[in-house]
Design a protein around this ligand. Structure first.
Ligand code: AMP
Length: 116
């Protein structure tokens, strides 16, 4: 369920410090250490899943929990009216650097499209 060498598993287990904003039995949200927008939060499952490419039928309600947590945080961060972006990088072309499924919640400034 968890990988002893995984940075985000260690954050979920509170073995590595992070500014944790929200936690449930299955999901943790914490601020990105290198924010790309005024609000930049990472949402992860506690379960070690490498990326969206590894998600299966059994993960449906887990993903729903993550999306609901993101929408809640967007409201508490005050970015719900301006809007927000929710993105998960999968693999090298997308720039995935940490191989534990995570979603970036970004907001607080206008963002361009398409992304770089
Ligand atoms: P990705 O490129 O999609 O894999 O994103 C990984 C994200 O993790 C980057 O935005 C990093 O800034 C962030 N990050 C890496 N280490 C930490 C950490 N210890 N605490 C919080 N965020 C981190």
């Amino acid at each position: 369920m968890s990988d002893p060498n995984c940075l985000f598993c260690k954050i979920a287990a509170r073995e590595v410090p992070a500014e944790i904003l929200r936690e449930s039995d299955r999901v943790v949200a914490f601020r990105d250490v290198n924010p790309q927008a005024p609000t930049h939060i990472l949402l992860i499952p506690k379960e070690h899943i490498e990326s969206l490419a590894e998600v299966g039928d059994a993960h449906g309600s887990l993903l729903a929990d993550i999306v609901q947590a993101a929408a809640h945080l967007a409201r508490t961060e005050g970015i719900d009216e301006g809007g927000w972006r929710f993105v998960s990088n999968v693999g090298p072309d997308a720039g995935q650097a940490v191989f534990h499924l995570h979603f970036h919640l970004l907001g607080g400034r206008p963002m361009g499209w398409p992304p770089g």
